[in-house]
Design a protein around this ligand. Structure first.
Ligand SMILES: C[S@@+](CC[C@H](N)C(=O)[O-])C[C@H]1O[C@@H](n2cnc3c(N)ncnc32)[C@H](O)[C@@H]1O
Length: 405
């Protein structure tokens, strides 16, 4: 199909094609180029459909001359945004699973062209679509073979399927959190505390590179063999700004930090990592705590809860919930907006709780109301010591002493 008519008609037809593609899950990609609107240095906008917490989201990358800015939209919001951007761009290309539609504005006319995708390429696209499931990570990236997640044909090794799912989910959450913080002109500094075999550390680095960000990523890990293994894979993958540090999370003190990650760092290693994040004013703090050992031995059952907590499993779950509630509240008290949620469906892993915190306010002093809530919870359960609380209050005392001297 090829036609020339008024701009509004052609744009409307193009927009309808976009709406239909999104509504029928056939939307793959939309590229708006030769932007002419008011956003200074914006050159191109590219959008694709992803899934975040099992919801379809349109992820939009605004490509400026010197940086990329990623923003996620609910499908309805995306249509409104696309309508505006379409009126400000000279060219738009829609790629759905069935069609490619192009809108091109020249001085004299507006052209709308549409091609059906050949059935073989539909099939190819469908297969790759199924394989990728709109994931943010590319299965063809060589580091996945070096890490033993994919084979030489870039096919997922079956025993790694759960890990792969978890990594993808995690990168989705990371990408969403990143889109909520102001972009900066320096290399994004990410530290992964308790990086283990580095699955996530590599995935984050690769993801940031593909977003044309300049990442500087460090994995911190106690186990020397894992560190050596990861260093070798980083070299083979030519990831020059990815490094691994052998040492204890408790003593690793970077000078600067934008994103703090601690995924399944054992027990109070999570508290030390969160503390480093807060102390260095990280914009994003993400952790999936595990091995909650600190509060369980201290916990006394309140009388009313004794019939419930007499069962060991319930007492364990309660201790875990209390540990992570106090962590999330402390983040809130120290200037973060914190969320606690399940990040991978339970059938994929039992360690599936995420605490995600984004810096929200200029911090002057810990919020006394939230500190009161923590105190009341601790009293209720007879808790004397929570590591993150202790680290933060020590730090705050030092800060106060510093001011008095
Ligand atoms: C369960 S693994 C998780 C690895 C990785 N984050 C992931 O999710 O795939 C926990 C890792 O944290 C490391 N670890 C535990 N305590 C640590 C500490 N205090 N300092 C540094 N690494 C630590 C362990 O050696 C282990 O490799």
């Amino acid at each position: 199909m090829c036609a020339a008519a008024s701009t509004t008609d052609q744009e409307q037809q193009f927009l309808t094609a976009v709406q239909q593609a999104i509504a029928t899950n056939q939307f793959e990609r939309l590229v708006l180029s030769q932007y002419q609107g008011e956003r200074v240095d914006l050159e191109k906008i590219s959008m694709r459909r992803i899934e975040l917490q099992n919801r379809p989201i349109i992820q939009c990358v605004f490509k400026y001359k010197t940086q990329d800015v990623t923003q996620n939209f609910e499908p309805d919001q995306a249509i409104i945004e696309i309508e505006l951007l379409l009126s400000q761009s000279k060219q738009a290309n829609l790629f759905s699973t069935l069609h490619e539609v192009q809108l091109k504005k020249t001085k004299k006319k507006v052209l709308l062209t549409q091609h059906k995708i050949q059935s073989s390429s539909v099939q190819a696209s469908k297969t790759s679509h199924d394989r990728e499931k709109n994931r943010l990570l590319d299965q063809n990236s060589p580091y996945l073979q070096h890490l033993g997640i994919c084979d030489a044909q870039a096919q997922l090794i079956p025993s790694m399927a759960r890990k792969w799912k978890q990594i993808n989910k995690f990168v989705e959450i990371f990408s969403n959190a990143l889109s909520q913080i102001p972009s900066s002109d320096h290399a994004l500094k990410v530290v992964d505390f308790g990086s283990g075999k580095g699955y996530l550390t590599f995935a984050l680095y690769d993801y940031l590179l593909k977003q044309q960000q300049t990442p500087s990523v460090t994995g911190v890990e106690l186990n020397d063999q894992m560190v050596q293994f990861c260093q070798k894979v980083a070299e083979k993958s030519e990831f020059s700004q990815l490094e691994f540090f052998q040492g204890d999370v408790r003593s690793y003190q970077p000078e600067h930090l934008d994103v703090m990650i601690a995924l399944h760092a054992c027990d109070i290693a999570t508290d030390f990592a969160i503390h480093t994040g807060i102390r260095l004013n990280a914009s994003v703090i993400m952790c999936a705590p595990c091995c909650h050992k600190e509060l369980r031995p201290q916990m006394q059952s309140p009388v009313l809860l004794q019939p419930m907590l007499q069962f060991g499993i319930h007492a364990g779950q309660q201790a875990e919930m209390l540990t992570d509630t106090i962590r999330a509240l402390l983040l809130k008290a120290y200037g973060y907006e914190s969320k606690v949620f399940e990040f991978v469906a339970l059938e994929h892993t039992s360690k599936n709780k995420m605490i995600l915190a984004t810096k929200r306010r200029e911090f002057t002093e810990p919020d006394p109301l939230v500190l009161e809530q923590i105190k009341a919870l601790k009293q209720h359960y007879g808790i004397k010591k929570h590591s993150l609380e202790l680290l933060l209050s020590d730090q705050w005392e030092q800060h106060d002493l510093g001011k008095k001297c």
